[in-house]
Every structure is written in structure tokens, then in C-alpha cells.
Design a protein around this ligand. Structure first.
Ligand code: GLU
Length: 314
């Protein structure tokens, strides 16, 4: 598969370069609006560690909501299944920053991958720590997963979100009114915004995602990050909730657990086979990378990878 996979990925990168309808780059976070929509990167890391890359795979980008996967993993490690008393695990069918369901559902967000849910997860991570300590812990965790100490948080992006994140402030205040945010909104959002501002390249992010293709184990160090069952369940939530109100469409077209971010990245997991990251900053109407989704669709068509096709996953 090795050589074939490399040429599949090179072909996909070439095909993406020729597409003119590239979606719309997010502009509600100023530094994100400055990223050219011509960018495209892809990285695929196989179970044996072989890494295939094409395009801008080594350019760091703002991983935004993809960081919610790492936040959830850490928070489950801290409080275990008690987390699910404060956050649901059902698809929302609503936009990433929607407030509509919170009133009817008493401030319990539908899932940890919409903004409201991830803000509760940040509140859990804060625990008894100072925001700076929690942010440091998240950064150390992601660096450890990727085996790369050079990974940074983009302070400019974090600051921009702090300046303009009125909707996230509203979500947090509203949940606080229901007693589901335990710290001040400023402290909780400080953690949330910094986590979203993590900057990783496709290659670094695919390295960080390896534990999800390996039953919870970091294949490089042999260290257990989460139990096998927990890895399976995180993948399940990614499949059902990882693309906001576009999650059904992503499952239909790609058929792999995946998490997108408004920076234009998508982390997808082919369990037992590969950790995959695509990046193209232009988004579709649902806030998911337009070419990133198309590239993944072409990748699974050519490799046969799909959790809905057991013959291909064996
Ligand atoms: N930091 C972004 C926000 O809170 C994350 C959204 C996303 O990536 O979907 O709006």
C-alpha cells in the first residue's frame, strides 16, 4: 500500500490545486481571515508509522475545534464518566455556536464538540488550577502526543477570540446561569480560547491523533493515553458530532470518525489503519473545510477505508 498511498495523496493534492470553488475562509476571528484560501495540506500516518504528506503539510494552522478532541480526552482522564452529567453525547443538528437548545435542555450542551460543550469541558479542565496551568497542561499533552516540543499556541489568535468572542461569552454566561459553569466566564473562556488557538501542521496533528487509530495507545512510546473502550467511544462521538450540523453528511461521504475546525483542518481516523489530517482554510456553509472534505472523500474512495465497510478495514 505504501507507494500507492503516496501517489494517491500526491494526486489528491494536485487535484485540489485546480479547484476554484474553495469555500469561504472564516473571518470572525481576524487572524484566520488572513490565511490564503490557496493553501492545502494532507498528512496520512499509517499504523506502522509511515508518514505520507503532500502540499502544505508542514505549515502550522489554527486547529480551532479539532482541539476539542484533546480537551475531551484530558477531561475524561480527570473526571471519567462523570463528565457526561454535564455534557451530552447526541448530535446537535445545530450550528457550532448555537444557543437554541441550551434553554430547553437546562444548560446541558448536546455534545462536547459544539462550542457550548467544549466550554463546559474547559471548565472541567480548569478544576482547581489557574488558567495558565491548565493551558500549559493542554499544550504539554498535545506536544507529548505528537512527540514534538515545538508545538505552540498562537497568542494572536487567542487574543483575537478574547476580543470578539461575544457569542462564546453569551453561551458561557447562559450555562453559568444554569450552574453548569463553575468558574468565572473569563477564566473558563481563557482556557477555551487558548486551546482553540493551538497551531499545528497536518503532520504534527496526524501524529497527535495516532492514539485514536491505535486503541488508545501512542504507538511511538507504547504509552496508554486512554483505554481501548474510551478511544472507541471518542471516535464514536467524533463520527456522530464531529462536524456540527454537517456530521451526517460527513459520515455519508467519508465514513470515518472526524473532527473539523474553522481554521479549515479536519482530523480523521481510520481505526487500525491510519491517522489522517487535511487542511484547506475555505469552509462550506456548515463551517467545515470544503476541500478538506472533498479530499477525504477521494482518499476513502481510492483506499476503500470506511468503518462501514468491514471487508476494507480488516
Ligand atoms: N474557537 C472557535 C469558536 O469558538 C472554534 C469554532 C470551530 O472551530 O468550529 O468560535
Amino acid at each position: 500500500m505504501n507507494d500507492r498511498l503516496s501517489s494517491i495523496i500526491a494526486d489528491i493534492a494536485l487535484e485540489m490545486a485546480h479547484i476554484s470553488d474553495r469555500g469561504t475562509v472564516a473571518n470572525y476571528i481576524a487572524p484566520l481571515a488572513a490565511v490564503p484560501d490557496s493553501r492545502f495540506g494532507i498528512a496520512v500516518i499509517e499504523l506502522d508509522g509511515t508518514c505520507h504528506v503532500a502540499g502544505d503539510a508542514d505549515t502550522p494552522f489554527s486547529i480551532q475545534s479539532i482541539s476539542k478532541v484533546f480537551g475531551l480526552t484530558l477531561a475524561l482522564g480527570m473526571v471519567g464518566d462523570a463528565l457526561w452529567k454535564r455534557v451530552g453525547r447526541e448530535p446537535s443538528g445545530s450550528a457550532f455556536n448555537s444557543i437554541v437548545q441550551l434553554e430547553a435542555e437546562q444548560g446541558i450542551p448536546r455534545n462536547p464538540f459544539i462550542n457550548a460543550g467544549a466550554i463546559v469541558v474547559s471548565d472541567i479542565l480548569l478544576g482547581r488550577h489557574q488558567p495558565g496551568e491548565t493551558i500549559g497542561e493542554i499544550l504539554r499533552f498535545v506536544r507529548g502526543l505528537a512527540g514534538d516540543e515545538s508545538i505552540m499556541i498562537d497568542e494572536e489568535v487567542a487574543h483575537a477570540e478574547q476580543e470578539t468572542g461575544f457569542r462564546n461569552m453569551a453561551l458561557a454566561q447562559y450555562m453559568r446561569a444554569f450552574g453548569n459553569i463553575h468558574h468565572s466566564v473569563e477564566r473558563t473562556l481563557g482556557v477555551y480560547f487558548h486551546q482553540c488557538a493551538l497551531a499545528l501542521s497536518c503532520r504534527q496533528l496526524a501524529l497527535a491523533g495516532r492514539y485514536l487509530m491505535c486503541g488508545g495507545i501512542n504507538p511511538e512510546t507504547g504509552r496508554t493515553i486512554v483505554s481501548r473502550q474510551r478511544a472507541r467511544r471518542i471516535n464514536a462521538v467524533m463520527m456522530t458530532c464531529g462536524h456540527y450540523d454537517g456530521s451526517g453528511e460527513f459520515a455519508y461521504r467519508v465514513g470515518l470518525p472526524g473532527k473539523s475546525g474553522v481554521g479549515g483542518g479536519i482530523l480523521a481516523v481510520a481505526p487500525g489503519i491510519a491517522s489522517i489530517v487535511v487542511w484547506s482554510p475555505g469552509l462550506n456553509a456548515r463551517g467545515n473545510s470544503q476541500l478538506g472534505t472533498l479530499a477525504l472523500e477521494r482518499l476513502v474512495q481510492r483506499t476503500g477505508w470506511s468503518v462501514f465497510d468491514p471487508a476494507e478495514m480488516l
